[in-house]
Ligand binder design. Sequence first.
Ligand SMILES: Cc1ncc(COP(=O)(O)O)c(C=O)c1O
Length: 372
Amino acid sequence: MKIDFTKPYFNKNMKKDVLKNIHDSLNSNTLMLSSKSKKLEKLFSRIIGTKYSITVNSGTTGLQIALRYANVKNNEVIIPSASFITNVSSVLFEGGKPILVDCNNNSLTFNIDDLKKKINKKTKAIVWIHLAGYIGSEYKKIVEIAKKNKILLIEDASHAHGSSINGKLAGSIGDVGIFSLYPTKVLTAGTGGIITTNNKKIFELAKSLRIFGKNENSGEVENLGNDWFLDEFRCSVAYVQLKNLGQIVKKRQKAAAYYLDTLPKSEFYDFLNLTPDIVSNWYHFPIFFKQKIMVDQIILELSKYHVTAKRIYKPVYEEKVFLKMNLGKNFYSTKILLDCSLCLPLYTSITKKEQKYVVQCFKKAIKNIKVE
Ligand SMILES: Cc1ncc(COP(=O)(O)O)c(C=O)c1O
């Protein structure tokens, strides 16, 4: 058996709906910013609970637009050091300085003391990532810190479609939310992104920047924009996915529960600890080990059985392109979190039989590891 790390989810009915919608768009001769994008934006806002949603061509574009609003040029932006490449590069694209903050390995979010230490008069935005689809229990502190210091709080909810804490959905907690629709994400459109906000100024800026900086009503070019909108085809795909978000999240939760029930407990590793107020979409199923070498060995052992397990990310500040920018290196907790954890395959359509195989292979793999 071969088990991939992730797969996009389209059941028979979803495929039928996608094809019908694409057919409609072809017949309507309107491939941009028309009924499909409006329908998607309306439903997205209703589900997430924000006044506005704006479709764009990627999550990275969404980040760039939010950063433009925050006026980060020649200013600073706080980012968790356990972040994705474009969390850093989007700040650089907008002329800002990325300031990395170490993480808290229990909540997978900022180390609050380090976050407070790094804020100064130049800080214009905080990018807060819901890593692995999990919203950290310290969310109130992060919201308070941003408010108190009048800093724009950008939620990077690229992993967190449908995740919530205390009934608040990811993308509705900060000043602006960013979602990715990249092929590996819980919802996908092939690729794409969605911005969520209650702020009318962000909404208007996003609508202008995504179409060359034009004012939607007058057609005047008022901003330095780009071709950043999401075409009607991909909006159709995302709409069909979004309509199924409830069942997608349920399937992933069921798969995670299976792993939690059947994987052996061990002194060498821990699982994610979800408190009752946290609902995760289980974008990833991470396992946190005591040592990096165990993770290296288990990934290798599983690959011998054709099971793909992966780390969440390589630490972003260790990426070749960023090494020469000297983004800092003393991120001890981030280093432990990312080096010493791995994620097992988890996708919406994963079957019990596939998971049973993963668990069997994992058991064999841990028997063979050598502890230092
Ligand atoms: C946390 C996070 N933020 C942002 C992005 C970028 O999104 P996109 O690929 O849609 O630009 C990704 C990955 O795709 C991500 O994992």
